[in-house]
Design a protein around this ligand. Sequence first.
Ligand code: IPE
Ligand code: IPE
Ligand code: MG
Length: 262
Amino acid sequence: MNDFQPVTKPGLKVPQFGPGPVPNHVAIVMDGNGRWANARGLTRVEGHKAGEVALLDVVAGAIEAGVKYLTVFAFSTENWKRSPEEVRFLMGYNIEVLRRRRDQLNHWGVRVRWAGRRPKLWGSVIRELESAEKLTAKNSTLTLTMCVNYGSRIELLDAINAISKDVADAKLKPGSISEKTLGKYLNSGFLPDVDLFLRSSGEQRISNFLLWQSAYAELSFVDTPWPDFDRKELWKSILDFTTRSRRFGAAVDKPVKNKRAN
Ligand code: IPE
Ligand code: IPE
Ligand code: MG
């Protein structure tokens, strides 16, 4: 057991965040692997391989910062459009990473969960995700949700279809669907609202990730490609987050003193 890496890294201290609270839920679009690799004369899969260490470091940094939910986009329902070689690699790679890292994550007290669709996803990937979920089910330091074969629009459509069926079967009353009801039908329904939505690699888009939970998320777009990402990058975004004023539609009237327009 003592060959596991500790959460902390020698010489690296969590900054003093504030004045606001640390985000409870950070969602990350781990983007830029392919461009990182191609820029170095390597093939795209080498970029994916380089992203594993970044993920582990970010999980550790999230634990240190006091984040309770970390949700990462590993494979989207749109990523099937990529070459068969890349798709095959990513499927196998998800299995390998889970196998290689689940004991370390378990040792850190991380609860691993999966959000995504079953159809099309390799059975071997589902089995690996479910076995990591089972192994870590009792952990509570941080919940790491792996979004594999995940897409928000299809997730919402699946939920709407399931709800309409339950309405037809008289299990639900028409007109009674609340935010809570819909939440129960989403495969990511166990997740709380996203506080900080982070994307690496300079792209400034959502790409169909956690649309429902990110309605009031603070957005952070960081230029660093995912393979170069680490806990320090995460902390920078968290620090910025803790200085923002979240209003959720409300407003405070506070004219600056001694500044009267005439
Ligand atoms: C993100 O990196 C990882 C996955 C989508 C699986 P990309 O593979 O999208 O890398 P870029 O954006 O093409 O550089
Ligand atoms: C989003 O990144 C999906 C993952 C990181 C898994 P993409 O690279 O697939 O998104 P687009 O195509 O740039 O929008
Ligand atoms: Mg990309």
